[in-house]
Ligand binder design. Sequence first.
Ligand code: DC
Length: 208
Amino acid sequence: MKKIIIAIDGPAGAGKSTIAKKVAASLGYAYIDTGAMYRAVTLSCLTAGLSLTESAATQMAQGIKISFRYEDGRNQVYLNDHEVTDAIRSLEVSRNVSQVSAYGGVRTAMVAQQRKMGKNGGIVMDGRDIGTTILPDADVKIYLTASSLTRAKRRYLELQEKGTVCDLDNIQKDIEERDQRDMNREISPLRQAEDAVLVDSSDLTIEQ
Ligand code: DC
């Protein structure tokens, strides 16, 4: 049977990775989290103590190796053969990743890798520009969204489960600011592809 390409785009906290992982597992497909790739570039710049300029971030993006491995029932992210799955979710990375992901040089380096990963099909790829730019010929395109309050509540519960003290209003504000940056940047802004199916997960369970 032909192995198809499934593209899922949408804003932070809409449920893309939860759904993408489940779909990939049930079809026996690979799952590619493109946001994790921008996070990995951001983490390596921060760890190296670099200022987050376009030239420093671009050089970093061109020089690092990012890979995904399915181990112990979990999708793990590797940066130059070091496992960074949790490290890329830190608050510091989350605060800086929008800036890094808006740089043209960084995007060019990531786009090339993402297209290569997707070209043979049998993948579920999630991000912001998969259906519009990375894999415009994807067989299935979903634009998954939810209200900013719903998305903030989900993030709040996730952080609480990890024992992190947090404030719902601040989380919602952060999410709305990130939406603005992702939707209004010059290169590959977040938007629904014309042929994507819109799914609003605000009042839906994961199974629905
Ligand atoms: O999905 P996420 O929150 O892990 O994404 C991290 C950041 O990377 C987010 O600010 C948007 C950006 N991103 C992007 O510009 N293009 C993608 N294909 C995926 C993520």
